[in-house]
Design a protein around this ligand. Sequence first.
Ligand SMILES: *Cc1c(COP(=O)(O)O)cnc(C)c1O
Length: 387
Amino acid sequence: MKFIDDYLKDIKERGLYRELKFFTSPQSKYSSIDNKIVVIMSSNNYLDLCDDDRLKETAKKALYNYGVGSGGSRLTTGSYDLHHKLEKKVADFKGAEAAIIFNTGYMANIGTITAIADKEWTIFSDELNHASIIDGCKLSGAKVVIYKHCDMDDLKEKIKSHKGSKRLIVTDGVFSMDGNIAPLDKIVKLAKENDILTMVDDAHGTGVLGETGAGCVEHFNLKGQVDIQMGTFSKALASEGGFVVGSNGLIEYLRHKARSFIYSTALSPVTIAVSLRSLEIVKTEKDKRNKLIETSYWFQQELKKQGFNVLKSPTAIIPLIIGDAEKTVALSKKLFEDGIFITAIRPPTVAEGTSRLRITLMATHSREELKYVIVRLKTLGVEMGII
Ligand SMILES: *Cc1c(COP(=O)(O)O)cnc(C)c1O
């Protein structure tokens, strides 16, 4: 088909063609990719739990007790006592009345936003929100008002010029490509003053931010003040799935209205059992969380000292901006040859001209290991005229 050939040719010419890499071992700070051992510097497995023995034991037990598939959607034959327990536990963890599990974070966002908003609604959405929020907004048919990234003056202006009783502000808690944290305290204040609902996507804050790892709401001490909290089991929690927590009414409503919840087979009991155990583990991992962020600050400083353009980030996501897409890919490839895996992120995931290496750290990365990465980055950076 010509349009497909044309498209593929075009993205190849522009350095935007994407290739898959295949893990051939569990995911940890060292993993085997395409049968080559490399240090993983781009995983969302922040606490290095994907290959955790406790979680594997839990999975084994659940496998023997419950089998593999779930057998149906949640409202037919796919709900297990484990799903029920996990919903209770994640609601408690997040300090909310109730919770609903979705198969992925992506499905949680599109299902929730489309269940809440329709064409009578106005949604205020940060310009750097995750694609699943953008898609949910589009699918809902609501009027979508994009405000400048974390810019409260702009949001205030836009709220003023878009009045009405059906309004929602939606934001990432931690922005997935930049690593910065949304000013949730200010957003909640503005929302309250103007009688607007709030929704936060805490995919990257869950397990990482806050005293118990409950995420950005805990980080800002805003318990009970965000109407809709979405999160995932798929990042720091090293499992799979998404969830939404909120009031009993909200969750009951989503159970009846969120199409991505209703019309999809439930997650396997094994996955749910792992998420349950992971929530318990994560609560107790305060030292790991602290180390993760301390290491991130140190690493950012070291990269800056070498002359790299690093966006300041209070989390483990460190964007090293290169700009040009092809150069970014070339650098990522050379690093891989050196045994370092850092993904190149290009448009349309990020804005044109801001292609980057999206470095993410795990709590288990040592400074010694990272020093090696800096040495290689420095050499390649000089060679390629980046620094
Ligand atoms: C990863 C991510 C999602 C999607 O979660 P999945 O479980 O991977 O589908 C949603 N929002 C943000 C901000 C994310 O980073």
